[in-house]
Structures are given as structure tokens and as C-alpha cells.
Ligand binder design. Structure first.
Ligand SMILES: [Zn+2]
Length: 500
């Protein structure tokens, strides 16, 4: 097998211009039935390469230009959707799967379709299962990608890295059946159902009269059931007592019952389309008020009442989980409430507690690791993008300077999509920063936040976008190193033991 790939590499070198660099990614080299398959970089371009003794031995599933030499036929194939599909059929470990039976999972949102090898190198050290493809509709709109692009990019990079331990793909923060269908079409095996719009969040602050009136509108049978199940009852969860006064039970019914019925619709859709090979996450984190333990308990009991299997659930925790910076809030109170949330999850099917905007919340990680006992899903979204920016600052300072200026100019627009509160005055004036100090701007909280949310403007800029990608691709190995270091830091802070 080794010999075939050595021959292939030298064949490719001979058939390309002398100054063009040719690399076969060593971890990608695998044998199919009568041929070998690998991922190669030829100059600035990645291709799938299939090689065999004769042209007749090459698979019909991959299409491309064939060149031959004595005893060798080599085909170069584009990284297109048809070939991603063919790869997933030939090597099933390049397709996303359900991770519901895996203990610890980490969401590695990758806005650029380039970060996967760095993620894999980090999770391998801890035996954690990665959700390598994870994007929200908001991110797709801002980057001009589709769910199909997202999954296909990951398929090729999982192949590049030869990672066969299984990974997830998360259609993140989806709110409609139409969007969920698109994500499932693309092969996403995890759906994060965002209930922030189907629930009636405003009822959180309604007075008793208004709650009573709204509750009286519900079907009589539902009223009776809810009152019997919750009103003036208290529930013991690992030593903590969660009391639900009658008014609070009615409030929960008004706030959540419609959303629970929608969750059932989504669950049935997923079962119809994927059997049991999916993960459903319920997310109520994008609301103004923190999720009270009583509400979390009500929600999971109602989901179980509808026979919905939940893989993970994301409450809104107290304090601020702002993008790209550490946890801000009362850590002692966070710990007290977090312990109860974890107890609820353990006692109701042992689903994972999901931490959104989980990157960089390092001061809260010991608490998160301790109370979940590592049965947890931690999502990170823009943090891999920031490591890409760091790489460009390191490898191509002049490109970074344009990126930085664009980020500041685009920031007011980005505030339409994201809630962050950096102090712009704290960001050093760009002209005063030496090239060698540019990467360290990614350690400065205010600069981090600005760059975190302005990716849409940067990537879609007709001059800056292509230069950014070219610089990042030239610094590919450096990018993987930065990512690995960054994710290892997170997984270590969770208290995870090293893989055996
Ligand atoms: Zn979220």
C-alpha cells in the first residue's frame, strides 16, 4: 500500500509544473477494492486522488482526469458534492452519525470549512466525540454557505485526517420544519431545536391575573393534567427540592405547552427521516431570562410525557455567556443552580446538559466538568474562526491589517446579529502595533469580540475575503497547531482525563 502512494506522489510531481508543491496527506491514504484513495494538495488546490495499476481498476464513483505511466493510472477528482457523497458511501466513517451514546461531546463550529483537522487532533487526546459540522442559519447567511457545503467540507477533512471514531453534525438553532428538512437532507445527524420563538417567553413576567386568564384558555383536559402533575408539588432532585406553586405550574403551561407540541412534531419528523440515528437537542438558551430549575423540570417532564428522547438540552444559565470571552457573573450562584440543572438531567433520562457559547468560559469549566460528571455537550462557534484570524495575523500581517480595519468598519452592522459589548477604545490603534504583536490581539478581549462577530463582512468583501483564504491555506499547518492548542486548553479545563 505504501509503495502505491509513493509512486502516486512522484507521478503527480512529474505531471505538474516543477515549482508547484505536491503533498499527499499521509493519514488519508486508504485502499478501496482495486485502488488507493488519498487527499492531495497540488499548489493551492486540494484534490482527491485515486490510483491503481491500470485505468480499468479505477472506481466509476469518482470522476476526473486520468494520467498514466508504466504500471500506474492516477485520477485527480474535484472536492465536489458528488465526490463527498461517493466518499461517504465508500468510507462510512466520513459521514456524520448520532452521538447519543457518547459521554462527552464538543461542538466545533467551523465557519470556514477548514478547521476539522485541528479539532480532531485535540479531541483524540481525550477520547471526546466531536460535532465537527455545526452551523446556524445566521452563520450560513453571513458566510454564504449551505448545510451541504458544511457537511461536505467536513467529510473531506475527516478523510484527510483518517479519523474513524465517529463525529456529529449539528443543524444549530433551527426553528422551522423547513430548515430542519434542509439540514437533514445534507446529512446532519443532530438538530438543535431552538424553542425561543415557539415558547411564550413574555409570560415569564405576567401577573397572576394574566396567567390565570391564559391558562383558562387551554383545553380543559390539559389544565387538569398539568394541575395534577405539578401544581403545589415539590420534587426531589439529588437532595435539592424543587417546589412548583400552582401559579408557577400554570405559568409554565402558558409558556411552554405549545413549544412542547412543536418539539413532538420535530421529533416525529426526525424519526421518519433517520430512524433512531439522530440527536435532538432542545435549546431555550436564547431568551432574556435565565431558565429556572422548576421550568427546566417542567420542560423535560413534558418532553418525556410525549415520549421524546432528548440527547441534550440547553437551558439559559445565569450570568453572561458572551461570545469569545470568559464567563461574567456570580460564579457561586452559577454553581448552585448548575448543580440542580445537572441533577434534573441525570434523573430524567441522563441527557447531556448543553453549554452554548461555551468557548472561552474557562473560569466556569471546573464547575461544568464537576457537576455534569462529563456527561455534557459544550458548543463552541466562532472561536475556531478567531484562531484562523490569529493564523493570518501570524503568517500574513498585511492581510491581517486589512481584516482588522474591515472588522472595525463592519462592527455596527454586525451588532444587528450578535449581542456583544466590547469597549472599542481598549483596542490598540492598529498603526501602533508591530507585525510580531498582531497575533496577540486575539488575546485581547475587546478585539476578540469585534472580530468574532464581523466575519460576515470580512469574508464577503470581494478583495479581503479571497486574500484571507489564500493566507490561511498557506498557513494550514500553523492553523491546525493553534486550533489544537486552543481546544486542548478547553478540554483540560473541563477536567477530562487524557485518552488511554
Ligand atoms: Zn445557543
Amino acid at each position: 500500500m505504501k509503495k502505491l502512494f509513493q509512486q502516486t506522489a512522484s507521478h503527480l510531481k512529474k505531471s505538474t509544473a516543477r515549482e508547484t508543491k505536491v503533498t499527499l496527506y499521509p493519514a488519508s491514504c486508504v485502499m478501496l477494492e482495486g485502488s488507493g484513495l488519498a487527499l492531495a494538495r497540488i499548489g493551492g488546490r486540494k484534490v482527491l486522488v485515486e490510483a491503481a495499476k491500470t485505468e480499468g481498476d479505477l472506481s466509476a464513483d469518482f470522476q476526473g482526469r486520468v494520467t498514466t505511466a508504466t504500471g500506474l493510472a492516477v485520477k485527480q477528482c474535484d472536492l465536489c458534492h458528488a465526490h463527498a457523497d461517493a466518499l461517504r458511501r465508500a468510507l462510512t466513517w466520513t459521514a456524520p452519525i448520532s452521538l447519543r451514546d457518547r459521554q462527552t461531546t464538543i461542538g466545533c463550529g467551523d465557519r470556514l470549512g477548514r478547521a476539522t483537522p485541528g479539532h480532531i487532533r485535540a479531541v483524540r487526546q481525550f477520547g471526546v466525540a466531536p460535532v465537527l459540522a455545526q452551523q446556524s442559519i445566521r452563520e450560513l447567511n453571513l458566510t454564504g454557505r449551505s448545510y451541504q457545503n458544511v457537511v461536505d467540507d467536513v467529510t473531506f477533512l475527516v478523510f484527510q485526517e483518517g479519523y474513524q471514531d465517529g463525529f456529529g453534525a449539528d443543524g444549530d438553532h433551527l426553528k422551522t420544519l423547513a430548515d430542519i428538512n434542509v439540514a437533514v437532507d445534507a446529512g446532519m445527524a443532530m438538530i438543535t431545536l431552538d424553542l425561543s420563538e415557539t415558547m411564550l417567553a413574555a409570560a415569564e413576567n405576567w401577573d397572576a391575573a394574566r396567567i390565570e386568564a391564559a391558562f383558562a384558555e387551554l383545553p380543559q383536559a390539559e389544565q387538569t393534567r398539568v394541575l395534577a402533575a405539578y401544581a403545589d408539588r415539590s420534587f426531589d432532585v439529588e437532595g435539592a427540592t424543587i417546589a412548583i406553586p400552582a401559579l408557577e405550574a400554570k405559568r409554565c403551561a402558558v409558556m411552554y405547552l405549545k413549544a412542547m407540541d412543536f418539539a413532538l412534531e420535530v421529533y416525529r419528523l426526525l424519526q421518519k427521516r433517520r430512524g433512531n440515528a439522530f440527536d435532538l437537542e432542545i435549546s431555550i438558551d436564547e431568551t432574556k431570562a435565565p431558565t429556572l430549575p422548576a421550568h427546566h423540570l417542567f420542560i423535560i417532564k413534558e418532553l418525556l410525557h410525549r415520549h421524546i428522547t432528548v440527547s441534550s438540552l440547553a437551558p439559559r444559565f445565569i450570568g453572561e455567556f458572551q461570545k469569545a470571552v470568559d464567563y461574567a457573573g456570580d460564579l457561586a450562584e452559577f454553581e448552585r443552580q448548575f448543580a440542580v440543572h445537572c441533577g434534573i438531567a441525570r434523573n430524567h433520562g441522563n441527557y447531556k446538559v448543553s453549554i452554548h457559547s461555551g468557548s472561552d468560559k474557562l473560569s466556569a469549566y471546573p464547575v461544568i466538568g464537576k457537576y455534569t460528571r462529563h456527561r455534557v455537550h459544550v458548543k463552541t462557534a466562532g472561536t475556531s474562526w478567531l484562531e484562523a484570524v490569529r493564523t493570518v495575523a501570524d503568517c500574513a500581517p498585511s492581510v491581517y491589517r486589512d481584516v482588522h480595519r474591515k472588522a472595525l468598519a463592519f462592527f455596527p452592522e454586525a451588532l444587528k446579529y450578535y449581542h456583544v459589548t466590547p469597549k472599542l477604545d481598549n483596542i490598540p490603534a492598529l498603526d501602533s502595533v508591530k507585525d510580531a504583536d498582531l497575533p496577540a490581539l486575539m488575546d485581547q478581549a475587546d478585539a476578540r469580540q469585534v472580530l468574532h462577530v464581523t466575519y460576515g463582512g470580512i469574508l464577503r468583501d470581494p478583495t479581503i475575503g479571497p486574500r484571507f483564504f489564500a493566507a490561511l491555506d498557506a498557513g494550514e499547518d500553523r492553523y491546525y497547531e493553534y486550533l489544537e492548542r486552543h481546544f486542548v486548553r478547553h478540554l483540560t479545563a473541563l477536567g477530562l482525563p487524557a485518552a488511554k
